[in-house]
Design a protein around this ligand. Structure first.
Ligand SMILES: [Zn+2]
Ligand SMILES: [Zn+2]
Length: 712
């Protein structure tokens, strides 16, 4: 190639050299005996964490284009090579060594070596084994190590509190800069012992944090039940530890790694002895432990981004007792303390998840095939105007697969023909919960509600329908009818019918998911109603014989292993740690997203709660957000699901033949065991009638929040 070469290139950095340069090198004709350099047409060298490349080619040869590309994408194990050309192996090796790049480089800053080195032997042993370590002892060396021209460190461990002294302010600022650029800066070891509390706010403010001196003392700690600050891994840490430490306060919940446990000392809800926060592209960690607990040494290692294996920390020597006589140490007993192993990991259950998923998929397919056949038969009956048979076929289909909006919308049509208005309303509502934009279901529910004299609700449905389908003529004329009747007839609106407008609002946040019904023994096992802690944690061996509940409930979400995961934990409000909570605190086998990750929806639920409290203020009301999904234990209580259509249609027929007085008695009988399910703004409201002749109390129970509503 024709090129402008560069001289003084070390052979390690030369990519292309002239043949005669090579021969010169082989013959030992070098510039100086201990500093052999070459003239190279292309060179590549490591500078800090980055690379500098030079290609002197002036004609854009294809082979040199490949070299330029290889330089740009140097992290790939081997650069692309143009056909018929070869980048020498040696240069490939020079380009990058991934193993080296992945090994963390750690800077340890210790101005005063205070701690008993033996005591922290495990920390230094583990770090040195898995990282390349630079240690500095004074300010100048530290500034040099952190200067812009030096290679940057993936982690910096500061082992004493001197960093907080005003004289080191410049240094602390530089550390904060490094953090923002991507370094993990961790304050630990002797920091908790020797930091001046009054210097703490100024120190942490360099990272934009409001952390300040908190309580000091021994306390039982548990991992933050609201979840660990990312990217710390729960599996690398102990779930709990007792430690004497200097806490920091003004800690945001998501920055706490350990918090005082339920039985622990410590008052402030915003205090923690071990915190970790993302700052810019990096992280700042603080561990206030003063005794070097092994569990917290592991945390320091994890904060620095170092992964260790069992045994890497090894044993350490600890002083058991020291005796003095006349101020002179007479006896010192030391003991070997072995590495405390991490508690056994939850076994990886990926295979089990796969088997279960495959089984579920198979069952789903079989059920769908059976249900679709029934739906087809239902369609045939409908065409023959055999409404009762059609309704029963659609219902049977929906009972097999769960309430599929298509089956239910068809069912609602057949039920309207049978004049079973409540059942038609409930079928259409169930379809709309999952498919709020289902125009047919909206229309059918509107008709049912009109017949039930719920004109306000019927009007809402039709307006919603017309928003989706402006040209729907049947909806338009129905809306006229409903609006006329609203003024001329007696209204029997439900409480909450007037609140339906939120489905019209742009804030409406979508459908409710259907929980898949499982045919497993555990899914059906209700036990004594109290959730089985073993089942939700490591597995329950008692199966059907267990006293406790394995079935899903409202305070948990079912994961792919069938375990019930704590909603309070998912929402960050569980007061029990993993050890004590009866539900699982582990989202490994949950879908990545669900209603519990939908912040908009959660905000809306919370807003609804405060609105309800505001409307009827009462003491001691606590917000409880319950599982928001359509569960079989819920929809199986819908009118459409349990009603005997033939019987109900017969009563309806008699009802129409009777005069006003008689019809009232029959209506009461029907209401006796009638549970009515309605959709109110995405929540399910279950109303039960207490239909004794003398008392006509009605209760409304909001699933999601418990609230009494004025009799209406
Ligand atoms: Zn059990
Ligand atoms: Zn919990």
């Amino acid at each position: 190639m024709k090129s402008t070469n560069v001289a003084n290139v070390s052979p390690d950095n030369a990519l292309y050299v002239e043949q005669r340069e090579l021969r010169r090198l082989q013959r030992g004709q070098v510039d100086s005996p201990n500093h052999s350099t070459l003239k190279a047409a292309a060179a590549f060298t490591k500078v800090g964490k980055g690379r500098l490349g030079y290609v002197g080619d002036v004609n854009g040869e294809i082979p040199t284009t490949a070299v330029v590309i290889a330089m740009c994408f140097h992290t790939s194990s081997r650069p692309p090579v143009a056909p018929g050309t070869g980048v020498p192996d040696q240069t490939t090796r020079n380009l990058s060594s991934p193993a080296d790049d992945q090994k963390p480089s750690i800077l340890i800053i210790s101005f005063q070596e205070l701690s008993d080195r033996d005591h922290y032997a495990q920390l230094y042993r583990a770090i040195r084994q898995h990282a390349s370590v630079t240690q500095v002892w004074d300010r100048r060396a530290t500034l040099r190590a952190l200067s812009l021209s030096s290679p940057s460190f993936s982690g910096v461990l500061v082992t004493d509190g001197a960093i907080a002294e005003p004289e080191h302010s410049e240094l602390a600022s530089r550390l904060a800069e490094c953090t923002r650029a991507g370094t993990r800066v961790v304050l630990g070891v002797d920091v908790g012992c020797f930091i001046s509390p009054s210097n703490m706010p100024a120190l942490f403010s360099k990272w934009g944090l409001r952390w300040d001196r908190g309580d000091y003392g021994r306390t039982n700690l548990t991992l933050n039940p609201a979840g660990l600050p990312s990217p710390l891994r729960e599996a690398a840490l102990f779930p709990s530890v007792s430690a004497k430490a200097l806490h920091v306060k003004n800690v945001r919940r998501e920055h706490a790694v350990y918090v005082p446990g339920p039985d622990g000392w410590g008052s402030g809800a915003d205090e923690s002895p071990a915190v970790f926060a993302r700052v810019g592209n990096g992280y700042l960690g603080y561990v206030g432990d003063v005794n070097g607990e092994q569990q917290l040494i592991r945390l320091l290692i994890e904060m620095l981004g170092i992964t260790i294996k069992p045994g890497d920390m090894g044993p350490r020597m600890v002083t058991e007792s020291v005796s003095y006589s006349g101020g002179v140490q007479t006896d010192r007993r030391v003991a070997v303390e072995e590495e405390i192993p991490l508690p056994p990991q939850r076994r990886a259950r990926a295979a089990e998840v796969q088997t279960r998923a495959a089984h579920r998929a198979r069952m789903r397919q079989q059920k769908k095939a059976r249900a679709d056949r029934l739906k087809e038969e239902g369609n045939m009956s409908f065409r023959d105007q055999n409404w009762l048979q059609a309704a029963e076929k659609y219902k049977a289909a929906a009972l097999i697969t769960g309430p599929d909006p298509l089956y239910l919308s068809n069912l609602a049509a057949a039920l309207l023909k049978l004049k079973l208005w409540e059942a038609a309303d409930s079928a259409a509502s169930c379809a709309l919960l999952q498919d709020p934009g289902n125009v047919k279901a909206l229309y059918r529910r509107a008709v049912a509600r009109k017949e039930l004299s719920r004109f306000k609700a019927a009007e809402e449905d039709l307006m919603r329908l017309l928003l989706l389908d402006r040209s729907n003529l049947s909806a338009r004329s129905e809306l006229d009818v409903v609006r006329r009747m609203k003024h001329t007839e007696r209204n029997f609106d439900w409480p909450g019918d007037e609140d339906l407008s939120d489905v019209l609002s742009p804030l409406y946040d979508g459908p409710i998911a259907l929980e898949e019904e499982s045919d497993s023994e555990d899914y059906q096992h209700a036990g004594n109603g109290t959730p089985c802690k073993s089942y939700n944690h490591h597995g329950c061996s008692k199966g059907k014989g267990c006293r406790f509940r394995h079935a899903p409930d409202w305070k948990s979400v079912r994961d792919n292993l069938g375990r019930n995961v704590c909603i309070y934990w998912l929402l960050g409000t569980c007061r029990y740690g993993d050890e004590r909570c009866i539900y699982a605190h582990d989202d490994t086998y949950l879908p990545k997203a669900g209603w519990w990750t939908n912040t908009r929806r959660l905000d809306r639920l919370r807003q609804q709660f405060s609105d309800a409290v505001e409307k009827s203020p009462r003491h001691g009301l606590t917000e409880h957000i319950l599982a928001e999904s359509l569960k079989p234990m819920d929809w199986r209580k819908d009118v459409w699901a349990f009603q005997d259509y033939a019987e109900a249609a017969e009563i309806q027929r008699q009802f129409e033949e009777l005069d006003e007085t008689d019809s009232f008695v029959i209506a009461q009988t029907m209401a006796d065991d009638l549970r009515y399910v309605a959709n109110i703004g995405g929540l399910t409201a279950v109303a039960s009638y207490a239909a004794e002749q003398e008392s006509q109390d009605e209760e409304v129970e909001y699933v999601g929040y418990m609230e009494e509503v004025e009799p209406w």
